[in-house]
Design a protein around this ligand. Structure first.
Ligand SMILES: Cc1cc2nc3c(=O)[nH]c(=O)nc-3n(C[C@H](O)[C@H](O)[C@H](O)COP(=O)(O)O)c2cc1C
Length: 327
């Protein structure tokens, strides 16, 4: 396939695996890149910069295709050692960085002077325009459907992507709710240059997470996600479970007095228990509405091949046949 995103990143298919806490390890990133997409290692899952360097080296041993590193920009309170992480990324020759969360402006010069392409993930047209203005090479536009942090505007992708296409000049990918060839064609039709997927890649054979996590995604429908932390203006879309019910009860009881401390036990630091031990009800973990479209656990290559195959069929057969020839 050929879009502005395949050209920018030197990849075969415009399909990106977004950064995912305690999921985005070398094994998954390499599998995605080897299958022709763009795999991404999640920097903040690593305990420190040295561990990130090892993870990047592990990925380089598993693939000779381009892959990226996700740098999630946290609020000032939780700052990571970004200069050390960026140094490691540059030294290792990683060609692409996905930034997310807060404004990455402070880190762009170092990354881009090293020849690294930066794609910033954002949830509104105004933030996408800001990313373009500060010099990001591309953006990932994350609709209300998405797993993780959809922002506070609640604009779903049918509107958000078309709005982004109207306003942006840099390439962008559609993120949130993407699962198959239909998603890819729809994203391209709305003006995007490719897709970014999170939840769909968790339910693959190579995702280095407990089988309970994959089965929970397969079992879930599009009705089984909840939004937590909305009163803190840090909304997160997570899979519904007993722990999430307790969080939502606490949010309701505390009302305007809610503090992060009130729900911290079931939100912070739960990923290792969920992803590695498979205790899927032990806390809140990101999952998108797209769970309703996920019914199996294929290999990454099977998934990407069938997305591309289905997209080809839709464009070449179904859509081609819908317009009567001129005259
Ligand atoms: C388990 C999980 C963990 C995630 N962790 C992060 C993260 O640490 N940083 C980040 O930028 N996005 C994170 N995301 C969001 C994904 O990169 C992606 O933007 C999102 O999943 C897209 O929506 P989808 O799940 O509908 O495909 C996470 C998503 C999931 C499912």
């Amino acid at each position: 396939m050929n879009t502005r995103i395949t050209e920018l990143f030197g990849i075969r298919y415009p399909i990106i695996q977004g950064g995912m806490h305690h999921v985005g390890y070398a094994q998954l990133a390499a599998a995605v890149s080897n299958a022709g997409g763009l795999g991404i290692i999640t920097a903040l899952t690593q305990p420190d910069a040295k561990a990130l360097a090892n993870e990047i080296a592990r990925c380089q041993a598993l693939t000779d295709r381009p892959f990226g590193v996700n740098l999630t920009m946290l609020p000032a309170l939780l700052q990571a050692d970004y200069p050390a992480l960026i140094d490691v990324i540059i030294q290792a020759g990683v060609p692409i960085v996905e930034t997310a969360g807060y404004n990455p402006q402070a880190w762009l010069p170092a990354l881009q002077e090293a020849g690294i392409r930066v794609i910033h993930k954002c949830t509104s047209v105004r933030h996408a325009l800001k990313a373009q203005a500060i010099g990001c090479d591309a953006v990932s536009v994350d609709g209300f459907e998405c797993a993780g942090h959809p922002g506070e505007d609640d604009v779903p992708n049918f509107i958000l992507l078309a709005r982004a296409a109207d306003e942006l000049t840099i390439p962008f990918v559609a993120s949130g709710g993407m699962a198959d060839g239909r998603s890819l064609v729809a994203a391209l039709a709305l003006g995007a240059d490719g897709i970014n997927m999170g939840t769909r890649f968790v339910a693959t054979r190579e995702a280095p997470v407990h089988d309970n996590v994959k089965q929970a995604i397969v079992a879930a429908s599009e009705l089984d996600t909840r939004l937590i932390m909305r009163p803190l203006r840090n909304t997160e879309r997570v899979l519904a479970n007993a722990s999430v019910d307790r969080i939502l009860d606490t949010e309701q009881q505390r009302g305007a007095n809610l503090q992060f401390e009130d729900i911290k036990a079931e939100v912070a630091g739960v990923y290792p228990r969920v992803m590695q031990q498979g205790e899927v009800d032990s806390g809140a973990w990101s999952c998108g509405m797209v769970a309703g479209l996920i019914h199996d656990i294929p290999t990454v290559a099977e998934l990407i091949d069938r997305i591309v195959e289905q997209a080809r069929d839709i464009i070449g057969q179904r859509l081609a046949g819908t317009i009567a020839p001129d005259g």
